[in-house]
Design a protein around this ligand. Structure first.
Ligand code: PLI
Length: 469
């Protein structure tokens, strides 16, 4: 049987993406009635973040902290050294990060945004400009709170849900050079890249582009820092799609990416297969000294950073599991299994399918609604009403307001993210989810908009409230 090359599915292997594990412990799920869901959604102000998890059947809100740990991770918890200072668990985590990612200096943090806070405070001065490959909500907020303006320098294709560009996470080198020329290299504390790019649809960067960004940074004397939250998934795509990379292992690609950067932050709650944790890892000893000094102010002592010793043990084990080829085949295979069902039925989704989620193009699905009526927020609500499936808005609500003008930021992408936790749900759960999307797709013409009735100041998507118009 020959296969047509597609950016969404591996063509190099013919076996299925069946999970390389079996299930030892189960957690019951509750199916609710439509009336119960209507009441829960109204109570949550049509914000899926404000639902109680007991009211959710299949929870595809996020892949963050929602992963299932392995027996090795659960066993590692028992080895946690809970010393306040000098915990052995910290040194095991530090050694793992040094070996897998190659950074010499490690600062543990309670989760990704703790690391974003510290690196932003250390590197940014008020009035600085930080270019990056599309914003991420918490990353940009910490850069702004430190006094910088974020400038998007991702390739144009990233803003087009239909573009089949295989590396929609790539930086547009001309855009990046223009930002540096316009503001001067001395106003750019670092270039901020992410692998993969969450808000673009879980889209990867190519190794060639990271090499080119590094060269451009070197020419201009600007450091390069990377959000490696989903680096293993990015490496999987590079191995699948980038010419000349099929012979490399995911571990080798991960290491090559890190070797091109001056430092990184990670939310361990994603790739690293744990429920809590993060870290900052850098090469410059001066940056490290300041970072671990701020760690004791905001996170905890620099050998635990807001984590229990057992958490650090689980992260160290999870990092090693995260780069296993069979794990990533199954993880991304499951995401694509769901996505392909929607693609086959003509539902507009972000193309090519990404690493951690299927992103519905809400602007395409609810094309009759203006962006001011929050089509993606509404669509996420409708999916919950349909089948108790919880998803997340990634559009105008997530983009927030411009701090200078107070106006809504209007992203071109108005998306609903159907996010798949790692090693948690089955193929049948994906089928139920696809059916729910198709049911809403069939009745899309009758779906109305929303008004925002409450808007918090920071990261409004977490706590805003809405009502049907
Ligand atoms: O949620 P944290 O604080 O552990 O990590 C923040 C964070 C940083 N970078 C990236 C790329 C993320 O995706 C990220 C968190 N993402 C969440 C919570 C998500 O649902 O995608």
């Amino acid at each position: 049987m020959s296969q047509t090359p597609s950016p969404d599915r591996p063509t190099t292997r013919r076996h299925s993406w069946a999970e390389p594990y079996k299930i030892k412990m189960v957690e019951p799920l509750q199916v609710t009635s439509r009336a119960e869901r209507e009441s829960a959604l109204a109570g949550a102000g049509w914000n899926t973040f404000l639902l109680r998890s007991r009211d959710v059947y299949i929870d595809l809100l996020t892949d963050s902290g929602t992963n299932a740990m392995s027996q090795e991770q659960w066993a590692a918890l028992m080895l946690g050294d809970e010393a306040y200072a000098g915990s052995e668990s910290f040194y095991r985590l530090e050694r793992t990060i040094q070996e897998v990612y190659g950074y010499p200096f490690v600062v543990p943090t309670h989760q990704g945004r703790g690391a974003e806070h510290i690196i932003s405070q250390v590197l940014i001065s008020p009035g600085d400009v930080v270019p990056g490959n599309m914003y991420f909500t918490t990353t940009r907020l910490h850069q702004e709170l430190a006094g910088a303006a974020f400038v998007d320098v991702i390739v144009d294709e990233a803003h087009d849900p239909a573009s089949e560009h295989p590396f929609k996470g790539d930086v547009d080198l001309d855009k990046l050079q223009r930002v540096i020329d316009e503001h001067g290299a001395e106003r750019i504390p670092y270039v901020s890249i992410a692998v993969t790019v969450n808000m673009a649809g879980g889209q990867p960067m190519s190794l060639a582009n990271i090499v080119a960004v590094r060269e451009l940074c070197d020419r201009n004397g600007v450091p390069l820092y990377c959000d490696i939250t989903r680096i293993a998934e990015n490496a999987w795509f590079i191995r699948e799609r980038e010419p000349g990379c099929a012979q490399l292992s995911v571990a080798e690609i991960v290491r090559r990416i890190c070797d091109l950067t001056d430092g990184a932050w990670m939310s361990a709650k994603k790739d690293a297969l744990v429920n809590i944790g993060g870290f900052l890892a850098v090469r410059d000893e001066g940056v490290f000294d300041e970072a671990r000094n701020l760690c004791v102010v905001y996170e905890g002592l620099h050998t635990y950073g807001g984590l229990a010793g057992r958490d650090m043990e689980a992260i160290a084990q999870g990092i090693r599991e995260s780069i296993a080829q069979a794990h990533l085949d199954a993880r991304i295979g499951q995401v694509h299994y769901l996505g392909q069902q929607l693609v086959r039925e003509g539902v507009p989704v972000v193309r090519p399918l990404g690493g951690h989620a299927v992103f519905l193009d809400a602007a395409g699905i609810l094309a009759h609604l203006p962006q001011d009526q929050f089509p993606a927020q509404r669509l996420a609500g409708e999916l919950y009403l349909e089948a108790g499936v919880r998803t997340m808005e990634r559009g105008i609500v997530s983009a927030g307001r411009d701090p200078r003008t107070g106006e809504h930021r209007r992203p071109r992408l108005e998306l609903v993210r159907i996010t798949i936790p790692r090693r948690v749900y089955t193929q049948a759960h994906m089928d139920v989810t696809a059916d729910a999307v198709l049911a809403v797709w069939d009745r899309r013409a009758s779906v109305g908009g929303l008004d925002m009735t409450f808007e918090p100041k920071y990261l409004r998507f977490f706590q805003a409230r809405f009502a049907p118009r």
